[in-house]
Every structure is written in C-alpha cells, then in structure tokens.
Design a binder for this molecule. Structure first.
Ligand code: 4NP
Length: 158
C-alpha cells in the first residue's frame, strides 16, 4: 500500500474537516489500520489558529471523539506534495483545490465517494445552521470514514 497520508479539507477548517479528521482517526484505529498520517485544513483563512467550533467539538465528543486539540490552518500548495489523498467535504472545496494545483487534481477526491449508499456527494456545511446539521454531517462523515478504511484495507492487500 502506497497511499497513507490523508488530508481532509472544508471551507473554514473549524466544523466538517476537523470532525472528519477526528472521526476517521478513531475508525481507522478501531479497524487496526496503522501507519496513517492524517490532518485537516480549510480553503479559507478566516479561522487560522482557532480551535474547532464548539458545536463541532460537542457533537464529536458525544460520539466519543475528542477534536478539541485541533487548530485551523489554511490548505497550501505544499500540501499536494505532503499528502497522497486530499478529501474534499463538498464540490466547492474540490473546485477550489483543483484550481489551486491543477496538476495535483488526481489526488483530490470527494469524501462522500466513499459513502455511495448515502446518495449524497457533499457534506452540507453546518456552520450557519442548528445542531442537527452537525449530527447529519457526522453521520455522513462516519459512513465515508468506514468506506475509506475499507478501501485502504483492500489496497493494503495489493
Ligand atoms: P466548515 O464550516 O467549512 O465546515 O469549517 C464553516 C466554518 C466557517 C465558515 C464557513 C464554513 N465561515 O464562513 O466563517
């Protein structure tokens, strides 16, 4: 298996991608998948240096995942060298990433490609809504994390 460095990307890096980083780490650990490097970043710079949104931290904690130690950062061109798979939370994030480094587009995937049973392509941005948006985002993130772990496990056997 060659691809082991994963970067989760959303807009602000305070809601969806920090939850994805934490949930994916937890599910990968449960699945016994070691040797992964996992991080998250935002396409925007508004929240750089900040901890995750308190609603994201609370919702993740309720599912047994602690994301409170994370700090937001903005995605950079260098990330395309430092990571093997870059997982966009929605199609706007994906378009931004592909425009940032067109020759790195093959590394960028929509995260929900790994949860085809959801019938969704985007993890909806919960920032401006209520608590239910964070629960819905976590449901989708858990499903895609399981799918991604299954793919990593399958590749490991290659
Ligand atoms: P995220 O949510 O992309 O899931 O971290 C957002 C957080 C902040 C903003 C937008 C989305 N914002 O506009 O500040």
């Amino acid at each position: 298996m060659t691809q082991q460095r994963l970067l989760f990307v959303c807009l602000g890096n305070i809601c969806r991608s920090p939850m994805a980083e934490g949930v994916f780490r937890s599910i990968a650990a449960e699945a016994g998948i070691g040797g992964l490097q996992v991080d998250s970043a935002g396409t925007g710079d508004w929240h750089v240096g900040n901890p995750p949104d308190a609603r994201a931290t609370r919702a993740a904690r309720a599912r047994g995942v602690d994301i409170s130690g994370q700090r937001a950062r903005q995605v950079s061109v260098d990330d395309f060298d430092s990571f093997d798979i870059i997982l966009a939370m929605d199609s706007a994030n994906m378009a931004h990433l592909r425009a940032l480094v067109p020759h790195g587009s093959h590394k960028v995937r929509l995260f929900l490609e790994f949860a085809p049973e959801s019938g969704e392509s985007d993890v909806p941005d919960p920032y401006s809504g209520g608590a239910d948006g964070f629960e819905r985002a976590l449901d989708l993130i858990e499903a895609a994390s399981r799918g991604l772990c299954a793919e990593l496990n399958a590749r490991r056997g290659d």
